[in-house]
Design a protein around this ligand. Structure first.
Ligand code: X90
Length: 279
C-alpha cells in the first residue's frame, strides 16, 4: 500500500509534533486559566506557561480537541490513524470518534482508525513510532489496524510526580490520592492502569529512591530491554539518571529522552516524569 496515502494524527498529549518523513498532524489540547488560554502546539513557550502557573493561584483547567480540530488534523488523507489520550480521563477519544464518523460519511472512500491509548505522553509516542514503522514497511491499512491493536498490549506507562495538585483540582484523581504526594519530598510513582486511569504504586522519599523504584517496576511489569521513551517536565537530570539506571540493568535498552509539551506539563507539573516502555 502507498505509505503516502496514510496519515498519523495524535492529540498533543503525545508530545509528538512532527514525524518526518510521513504526513503527521497534532491536534492541540488547551490549558485555560482565568487570564489566558495556552494552545499546546509547537509555537507555545512551555517554560513560560509553567512559570506563569507557578505564581498563578486562580482556577485552571484543560480542554480536549474538538471534533473540528480533529477534522482539521485528518486533512484530506485517505487513511488516517488517530491516537488519543486515555478516554477515561479526557473527552479527546470521544471527539475523535465523532470526527471519524463525520469524515467517513462525507468521504465514503476515506477511513479513520481511532486508537484509545488508555495512557498519556510517551506511551502514545511508542504507538505513533510503531505506526510509522508499519506504514514504512508497506503494510496494508487492515494489517496495521490489527498489528497496532496487538502492540498496545506490549506498551506501558509509569510516572513519577512531585505534585498531583492539577490532577486533583480537575477531578482526574481523588483528593485522597493527591494528598499523599503533596508532602514535601515525596514522589508518587504509579502507572497507567488497564482502564486508563492513574494507579498509585509507591510513595518514595526523594527522587533518589523513586528512580530505582521505577526500574524495578519496569522489570516487574515485563520490560526486558526494548524501547523506552522518557518525557520530563523540566527535569532533564532525573531523566538522564533514569536512563543510566535502566542501561545498567538492561544493556540493550533503546532509550530516548524528550520534553513534556503543555498538556503533560500541566498535569505532570514541574519535576514530573513519564516513562513509556515496551514489554
Ligand atoms: O480533556 C482534557 O482536558 C485532558 C485531560 C487529561 C487528564 C490527564 C492527563 C495526564 C497527564 C500525568 C501522569 C500520567 C497519567 C497516566 C494515566 C493514564 C500526565
Amino acid at each position: 500500500m502507498n505509505p503516502w496515502n496514510m496519515k498519523i494524527v495524535a492529540d498533543s498529549s503525545s508530545d509528538v509534533f512532527s514525524l518526518e518523513p510521513l504526513p503527521y498532524a497534532s491536534a492541540p489540547l488547551k490549558i485555560i486559566t482565568d487570564e489566558k488560554e495556552y494552545v499546546d502546539d509547537q509555537s507555545l513557550d512551555v517554560a513560560q506557561m509553567v512559570d506563569d502557573l507557578l505564581t498563578y493561584s486562580g482556577r485552571s483547567g484543560t480542554a480536549c480537541p474538538s471534533t473540528g480540530d480533529w477534522l482539521d488534523a485528518f486533512g484530506e488523507a485517505p487513511y488516517v490513524f488517530c491516537v488519543t489520550i486515555t478516554s477515561n480521563l479526557s473527552g479527546s477519544y470521544n471527539s475523535a470518534c465523532v470526527a471519524k464518523q463525520e469524515y467517513e460519511e462525507m468521504y465514503p472512500d476515506r477511513h479513520v482508525f481511532v486508537i484509545d491509548s488508555l495512557s498519556a505522553g510517551p506511551e502514545l509516542r511508542l504507538i505513533i513510532e510503531k505506526l510509522k514503522e508499519l506504514i514504512l514497511a508497506g503494510k496494508t491499512y487492515e494489517e496495521i489496524c490489527a498489528e497496532i491493536t496487538g502492540y498496545q498490549n506490549h506498551a506501558d506507562l509509569l510516572f513519577m510526580l512531585e505534585s498531583l495538585k492539577n490532577l486533583a483540582n480537575n477531578g482526574r484523581v481523588s483528593k485522597l490520592v493527591a494528598s499523599a504526594a503533596g508532602i514535601l519530598g515525596i514522589r508518587m510513582v504509579g502507572k497507567a492502569s488497564e482502564q486508563g486511569t492513574l494507579e498509585p504504586l509507591s510513595k518514595c522519599r526523594g527522587e533518589k529512591k523513586a528512580l530505582p523504584t521505577i526500574v524495578q517496576l519496569m522489570d516487574k511489569y515485563g520490560y526486558s530491554g526494548g524501547k523506552v521513551r522518557i518525557a520530563h517536565c523540566f527535569n532533564p537530570e532525573a531523566a538522564a539518571k533514569l536512563k543510566a539506571l535502566i542501561l545498567e540493568k538492561f544493556a540493550s535498552a533503546q532509550i530516548e529522552i524528550c520534553k513534556c509539551g503543555a498538556l503533560c506539563s500541566f498535569y505532570a507539573e514541574k519535576g514530573g516524569m513519564l516513562v513509556g516502555f515496551e514489554k
